[in-house]
Design a protein around this ligand. Sequence first.
Ligand SMILES: CC(C)[C@H](C(=O)O)[C@@H](O)C(=O)O
Ligand code: SF4
Length: 777
Amino acid sequence: MATSTSQPRTLYQKIFDSHIVDEQDDGTCLMYIDRHLVHEVTSPQAFEGLRNTNRRVRRTDCTLATVDHNIPTISRKAYKETKSFVDEADSRTQCLTLEDNVKEFGLTFFGLSDNRQGIVHIIGPEQGFTIPGATIVCGDSHTSTHGAFGALAFGIGTSEVEHVLATQTILQKRAKNMRIQVDGELGPGVTSKDIILHVIGIIGTAGGTGSVVEFCGTAIEKLSMEARMSICNMSIEAGARAGLIAPDEITYEYMKGRPLAPKEGKAWDDAVRFWKTLPSDAGAKYDVVVNVDAKDIPPTITWGTSPQDTVAITGKVPDPKEAKDEKRAASITRSLEYMGLTAGTPMEEIKLDKVFIGSCTNARIEDLRAAAKILYGRKIAPHIYGMLVPGSGLVKRQAEAEGLDKIFTAAGFDWREAGCSMCLGMNPDQLSPGERCASTSNRNFEGRQGAGGRTHLMSPAMAAACAITGYLTDVRKIVAGTENKVGPSANAPAYEVQITDSKAYLGELPMAAPAPQEPAKATTDEDTIRDVPASTTATSGGGMEKFTVLKGIAAPLDRANIDTDLIIPKQFLKTIKRTGLGSAFMWPMRYDTKTGEPLPDFVLNKAPWNKAKIIVSRDNWGCGSSREHAAWAMLDFGVRAVVVPSIADIHATNISKNGIVAAILQPEEVDQVMQAAKAGEEVSVSLEEMKVTLENGASFSFEMNSFTRHCLINGLDDIDLTMEKADRISEFEVKRSAETPWLDGFGYTKAGVVGGKLEPLMDKAKKSVNKVAGTDW
Ligand SMILES: CC(C)[C@H](C(=O)O)[C@@H](O)C(=O)O
Ligand code: SF4
């Protein structure tokens, strides 16, 4: 089915249309993928799949791998090899497994000995691997970050990672177009992080579900690339499939000279000419438009356990009595309890234990500069532990060249090595139960930074202000010297820092050649889920069983926004297998997080629901991370269907790839299924009739894309189906090479390094001076 190109189109539609390899009548498209980023958590099972089927990686030149989630952020001075450097056994196994896989499949890899290693969403843009107009995927939900370049970038699950590795394509349906327009001037102390938190507060964590969001307006156009990345990064927290910002002169200036960007000369000129055709046409239609006035955005933080729980720093903890309905009141009450907060408390009276400045949202050089501006000449409060984790080895080097590390350490921060760190705590950087943290990361879910930990999201400048007073703090007061808490020097001297060009280190090669590794040892399932009692249900273990009609007990999980961190928390993501995760399903709600003992009152621990085949829940089921482990845990527990009013996009794909059906019903219909589930009645889900039926005869229809239904009913592996289209993919590649040749092949040469030393790139670096104290926001 050809798409008409005569109509005005959005940026999203243009990129989508130009990447279609094949389209079926039901709108399912085979989309070509230009760039694939790979990390250690979501790739082991995908490589195993390739190995089991004797498949190779189709485009090694378009695939870039790094380690980021599991690695310790302690000094690497003593690093010799991963085997002895990563203490925790399961983390070590995942890191070593990736090292083995990149060797076996011939991929470019930034390992622990490479200065270019870092969080996957920081290194892609840094290297120029992220390119306007491209399609970019990674087994990670924050792939949306790369949309800041006008690239269509989205997170995928592990089955899709395998699909992309094998075929360089992915199956996609067209999303809705949503425009979020932010016009006007931002107030003092307001940053791009405040913009995105404010927007999520308005539209909610499901506001963007099924849509690709384009951010535009004068406030967005003025932002730097790094600030734009923070916004697109968190579009996944708004439920969007992807976030986009049209490329412009700021984009081209950022890209120029990066190792993998088109080289200056004809290649560069051709690429820029092409990129200039990408912005949305005048008159392009959007399904939803949200307008925001920049002056209405305050410095914004979160108070609760969802990124939509936002409040101005000058505000108060919300009162459930003022909630719009009972469901919202119940959810506020639950969040307040978890967060240890009392309704009506002024936010600035809330005392903190830790401050984390890091993550793929806010660990770039400009974020560090913003924090340094506030911290210069000041000390963090005595009761605070402050952790500063640069997003990549190159960001770290850059910060050190500018003297920022000295500002941080003089203030009392711990200056670490690059990685995801306490954003998610898959490594040792974690909150202890009850600890409260000001964090520049993107998720404040229950247990996100450590079981029982409490997270308040905010910008780097705000986090720095919080570190100084030890309380949630309005950064504007620090700048004005009017804060009234523990004493920073109100008259901290103005400080000027030489800011070197942030491309100065891009040509660098690894610190040392990694030592040869022994093959990785497989983690046992017992190791991975050692604290959890065994599942009472049979383990199906991966594969895709046919689905026609399912009848069984439905377990009621009567709450909205059950995120994938709740479905399966981080400690269970360290497995390199797909099986054995059933006993970890819904772990934070199912077990006492301190003792690991099952909570007898939790529905999945009680008959008859401990044998549930169906889950009934509320809005936005499966939001958050792209971890397919959530689907594997459900399957292993015995769940083959979910009945919900809405479901997050990536999770929906993940469960369908594992033979689990999502029946999306109207909220009132879900109410009835919920009642039946609570009564312990059996529910039937028929994919043949596309109906959910209750024991009392009530029956509700649901819809599903016909290709997904066909695969589910027949238990088909879509990699096999795509492999049949190999000729079409090859034809597409020939066309791509002719039209956009800069997308082919890796640009790494030794050009950036002469005799082991940096080329004059460093000398060429523009030097600029930036005031780092005062009010120059
Ligand atoms: C581990 C990975 C699957 C996950 C994601 O998809 O987002 C992680 O990066 C996160 O932030 O929760
Ligand atoms: S959100 Fe956190 S854990 Fe996920 S990729 Fe970003 S830094 Fe890593």
